[in-house]
Design a binder for this molecule. Structure first.
Ligand SMILES: NC(=O)c1ccc[n+]([C@@H]2O[C@H](COP(=O)([O-])OP(=O)(O)OC[C@H]3O[C@@H](n4cnc5c(N)ncnc54)[C@H](OP(=O)(O)O)[C@@H]3O)[C@@H](O)[C@H]2O)c1
Length: 297
């Protein structure tokens, strides 16, 4: 089918390539003219504005957004919606907070537009392996987009999980689990790196992927990273978070659902960004105050 794609970064650019390989026609727009030229070289029809993108699509139009969540996505939707007509569909494939989807779907329905939220997982490897897609929205709109989902995903790799917001909600929980899994691997490998056995850590990561209970793609990436830089000396111990972990914890608190492991993994990331922790200095000061214990200055 013919689809508009807005946002040709790491994800959007590769998704356009996969769609073109799957026989779809793509009209591609990005605020960077260079990114549009890149997509056009690959076989997409380049658009130099949102207006041009909409003009190049026939009703009912389908436009997939792949821009950063939050303000960039909001601003893009505010700019696009007035250009679209009743029966058209906007798809948000970014990591949007599901509560924003619920509001947007309602607002856009007022204009006769469908809104489909798609939690997308697969990162840079999705181009070759396919993207796991968690799809939320009205059934009819989702069914119209089924050929696109089928091309982007690996076999059995997309699911209509429910109404508006549910796609991003499921993706949020997916990412919360990802935080906890990564933290567990990181702690286990740090422990092994401190052991007296001089372990071959990339070897162990590879070994664990051969039939063990904790085999996973994250472990494959662990083996690759440790093979490339066994001590990881080239990296600072600074770990960002991009929202989904916080939202998972916020939702767990809201619903009084215990999620201690995901919460600890989120807080470990906050901790990684404290280069000279006030809390640790206070701990040292208190130990010295009550017990005369030594401190380092
Ligand atoms: N990377 C991943 O592994 C991954 C996985 C799943 C989902 N996602 C989600 O997918 C979305 C895109 O991620 P990405 O990794 O492709 O990001 P990216 O590489 O930074 O690309 C984002 C694209 O959006 C454009 N953009 C940024 N701010 C904009 C604005 N205010 N208005 C219009 N366009 C704007 C960027 O243009 P400039 O280059 O000019 O800034 C770029 O072309 C995000 O919501 C992200 O959370 C990412």
């Amino acid at each position: 089918m013919r689809l508009g794609v807005v946002g040709l970064g790491r994800m959007g650019g590769n998704m356009v390539t996969r769609l073109l390989r799957g026989g779809h026609e793509v009209v591609a727009y990005d605020r960077s003219a260079e990114a549009v030229r890149g997509a056009a070289t690959g076989g997409a029809r380049g658009a130099d504005s949102l207006e041009a993108l909409v003009r190049a699509l026939a009703p009912p139009r389908h436009v997939w957004l792949m821009v950063p969540a939050g303000e960039p996505t909001e601003a893009t939707i505010q700019a696009l919606a007035p250009l679209l007509a009743r029966g058209d569909t906007l798809v948000d494939g970014g990591n949007t907070r599901w509560t924003d989807d619920v509001r947007r779907a309602r607002e856009l329905a007022g204009r006769g537009l469908d809104y489909v939220d798609v939690g997308t997982s697969g990162g840079l490897w999705g181009l070759a392996n396919g993207y796991c897609l968690m799809v939320g929205g009205a059934r009819a709109a989702v069914e119209r987009l089924a050929p696109v989902f089928t091309t982007l995903a690996p076999p059995d790799g997309w699911l209509h999980v429910g109404g508006s917001g549910s796609g991003h909600y499921v993706k949020m929980v997916h990412n919360g689990i990802e935080y906890a899994m990564m933290q567990a691997y990181a702690e286990g490998f740090e422990l092994m790196s401190a052991s007296e056995y001089g372990l071959d850590l990339p070897g162990v990561a590879h070994l664990w992927n051969q039939g063990s209970v904790i085999r996973s793609w994250l472990l494959e990436l662990t083996a690759d990273a440790l093979r490339a830089d066994p001590t990881l000396a080239g990296l600072k111990p600074w770990v960002e978070d991009s929202g989904e972990g916080r939202w998972t914890v916020e939702d767990a608190v809201e619903k009084a659902v215990p999620a201690p492991t995901i919460t600890a993994a989120l807080f470990a990331r906050f901790r990684s960004r404290r280069e000279n922790s006030f809390a640790d200095r206070l701990l040292a000061a208190l130990r010295q105050a009550f017990g005369g214990h030594a401190v380092r200055r």
